[in-house]
Design a protein around this ligand. Structure first.
Ligand code: FAD
Length: 318
């Protein structure tokens, strides 16, 4: 079932969804099930599985020279999605990224997903390679998420990359995209960022999942701006609890989001990680309560594999 159908079927209710990361290469899918088994008590209609592009490492060779090698540290997104759907009978949403993929690669993944009856995807550009200052499109790949949205939408109309394919099967993907209440870090301003978001919706995206935020006002203002600008699709807030003191700095640095003064002060006053975690969890619970009371369509939690924390928060809300 499409995400938008789930949201429509339970309109007026706040659903819950979780996002997980594939295990590091060599790890087992059992770690995913260990995280998700307890979370199923909250009846999430869908689970997101992130996609991780290849990374380059420099290996020292016996000659003393270094060789550049490509590795994918967290492979397995598609397999995990199928495993989740089979085990829990819920929708699994693979994230698809532009970086590291040719259009042909993308088409082949979409064909696999269609054959596996995976009906939902989150279309993203992905971040720059660790060694690059800015995102560089892969040769014969896409530059922006909108190009990926268009490709998926074309397949939904039975249009494949090869013009010789006639009567290609029309897929039925429900396409989600990312949104940034505090604007995407590369964007000169929020208005321009929203123009591109609006273009992604016009190209076929049906819903938005937001970047994490720690001040609900940012989300409410973002939704208002989207509506004023003619973006009418559901906007699902993404939430992540702070669980370590160092995240006071690492979260703003890595995700380009602001932390409210009150939260910062409480974290600074924490002398241990355990105290900081309490602060983070209570903050996330308060955010969730306010968002639910405001009638958001769904609360989407970035679990980072931390099931006990996610369970505690979800139990306080659902
Ligand atoms: P885009 O929509 O392409 O936007 C990127 C930038 O370009 C923005 O500044 C935008 O304003 C600008 N822009 C957009 N279109 C145009 C245009 N036509 N012309 C000029 N400028 C334009 N990353 C992963 O690698 N794997 C994941 O699984 C993953 N999951 C995520 C899930 C969520 C909910 C979110 C919020 C982010 C996720 N990310 C993931 C991170 C995401 O890939 C990065 O934030 C990335 O930098 C931008 O992706 P995007 O899809 O928003 O890009």
């Amino acid at each position: 079932m499409r995400v938008t159908d789930h949201l429509a079927a339970e309109a007026g209710k706040t659903l819950v969804s979780f996002e997980i990361l594939p295990p590091l290469k060599g790890g087992s899918i059992k770690t995913i099930f260990k995280t998700l088994d307890p979370l199923m008590e909250f009846k999430p209609p869908f689970i997101d599985v992130t996609y991780h592009r290849e990374e380059y490492i420099y290996k020292k060779m016996p000659s003393g020279y270094y060789e550049k090698a490509s590795i994918r540290k967290r492979p397995g997104t598609v397999g995990i999605c199928f495993g989740i759907m089979t085990r829990y009978q819920v929708e699994a949403i693979p994230h698809l990224i532009c970086g590291g993929f040719t259009k042909e690669d993308t088409e082949n993944v979409l064909i696999e997903l269609n054959f596996l009856d995976i009906k939902n995807v989150l279309a993203l550009r992905g971040d720059a390679d660790k060694f690059e200052g800015k995102f560089t499109p892969t040769h014969a790949g896409h530059t922006y998420a909108i190009d990926l949205v268009k490709q998926i939408n074309n397949m939904n109309a039975g249009k494949y990359l090869d013009d010789n394919i006639e009567n290609g099967e029309a897929t039925d993907f429900c396409i989600g995209i990312a949104g940034y209440p505090e604007k995407h870090f590369e964007s000169p301003n929020l208005d321009l960022d929203l123009e591109y978001t609006k273009a992604k919706v016009a190209a076929g995206a049906s819903y938005i999942v937001t970047q994490m935020f720690f001040d609900n006002t940012r989300y409410f203002e973002y939704v208002e701006k989207c509506r004023e600008g003619g973006i009418t699709v559901p906007i699902i807030p993404g939430l992540k609890p702070i669980t370590r003191k160092y995240q006071l700095n690492s979260i703003p640095r890595n995700f380009y989001v602001n932390l409210p003064v009150e939260l910062v002060k409480s974290l600074e006053a924490s002398t241990t990680d355990a105290q900081a975690k309490e602060v983070g969890i209570e903050w996330c619970i308060a955010q969730s309560q306010e968002l639910k009371a405001a009638g958001v369509p769904c609360l989407h939690y970035y679990t980072m594999g931390d099931e006990p924390t996610t369970t505690r928060i979800a139990r306080a809300i659902f």
